[in-house]
Design a protein around this ligand. Sequence first.
Ligand SMILES: Cc1cc2nc3c(=O)[nH]c(=O)nc-3n(C[C@H](O)[C@H](O)[C@H](O)COP(=O)(O)OP(=O)(O)OC[C@H]3O[C@@H](n4cnc5c(N)ncnc54)[C@H](O)[C@@H]3O)c2cc1C
Length: 421
Amino acid sequence: MAEPKRVVIVGGGFGGLACARALDGTDAAVTLLDRHNYHLFTPLLYQVATALLDPSDIAFPLRRAFRKSPNVRFRQATVTGVDLDARTVRTHAGDEIGYDTLVLATGGTNNYFGNAPLAEHSIGMKTLPEAMRLRNHVLSCLEEAEQTREADERRTWLTFVVVGGGPTGVEYAGALDELLDLVVGRDYPSLKRSDARIVLVEGLDRLLGAFHPKLGRYAEETLRRFGIEVRTQALVEKADDSSVTLRSGETIHARTIVWSAGVRPSDPLNGAPRARSKRLEADEYLRLRGRDEVFVIGDAASVATPKGELPMLSPPAMQEGRYVARAINTGRSTKPFHYLDKGTMATIGRHAAVADVRGVKLKGILGWLAWLFVHIYYLIGFRNRVAVLASWGWNYFLRDRPIRLIVRGDPDPLADEIDRG
Ligand SMILES: Cc1cc2nc3c(=O)[nH]c(=O)nc-3n(C[C@H](O)[C@H](O)[C@H](O)COP(=O)(O)OP(=O)(O)OC[C@H]3O[C@@H](n4cnc5c(N)ncnc54)[C@H](O)[C@@H]3O)c2cc1C
């Protein structure tokens, strides 16, 4: 009998998990590697950062996902290198794992465009440790503000600058506003809500650049109505631990800078062909250009279409993962990969969201309901769905975000590594 084909998947995010699930129960011997032992549902990360959800509500243990699988094995490991000629991946522990087929699905990380001080003084929101760091930091700022007698210093603790007007920045700014409304003046009776500022800074001339302009305008108007200051065509030039300076020369005194303005691919390949975006260049069958046995998917991969490169979003990653699994399973790719665009959405606050679903543009409460439904549907794990629904219900009816805890654990060099670049 022929040996089963050894498939190594690096990354248990949206793309890697979809691929591993589609290979579950097939003849392939699949090893799934991830530096974390969980799959992370990133679209709700900002709700962990704003004390609405618990980290465990949006993460799912990868070993649990394949507990009953006859052929998929998970291993927690950071892949530090790939020898394409020898067909092996190297892990942080120095182990070499051989493969017949490799699927690289290592996603993306924060891009600071080489601005090291910005990387040092801002907090990103790509990983669970970063979201928890942000939650701890914002709550600590409120604690500090309450104990500060000096008015300017207090306002600096209470000023929150969010850089990046894409979905993550818009969602985080809206949710932070709601958190401040709930706690300032109540949990912190000596603080005034009017002393707290949120400033959203965007380099383009409008928010939500990937959405229809009408939806971007709606998002901006809604955030302004909440009292959030929106600066468009504004670029951050400098930052230190108590201020941000924009290219216009304006300095905003703030102890919090949230960075959601840039993503770059993160992968352990050296010398591989890359697109201008630095993502690994995939051919029409999602193979790394020039390597038939290596597939690249998700945020790490540049997949060209007539409309340009596919965006760094979860639906392309999942569709690519399933396509690659089919190709591995059947031993060939007959048709080039085709992405079915089902639309994009972003929430802004209570009863306010935007959704562009196959050309149908929704905003306000309809967009918000569509957003709620889609996110519960795609969340992995029944327990997580129940927990998230319960927390949303609690927050909606009681106007309370109960996870206002400042909890700092010891840094874990393997799992908490935050890639700065
Ligand atoms: C805050 C936030 C909100 C988002 N909201 C949305 C949204 O609402 N809708 C949407 O469609 N998209 C959203 N996205 C984008 C979406 O998360 C990505 O497009 C999607 O996760 C890409 O899937 P992926 O499989 O390529 O990578 P990921 O899902 O990021 O998975 C990559 C995996 O690889 C692992 N990994 C990385 N490097 C290594 C290594 N060297 N060794 C081992 N393991 C490694 C990581 O731990 C991770 O588990 C959001 C992203 C963020 C950060």
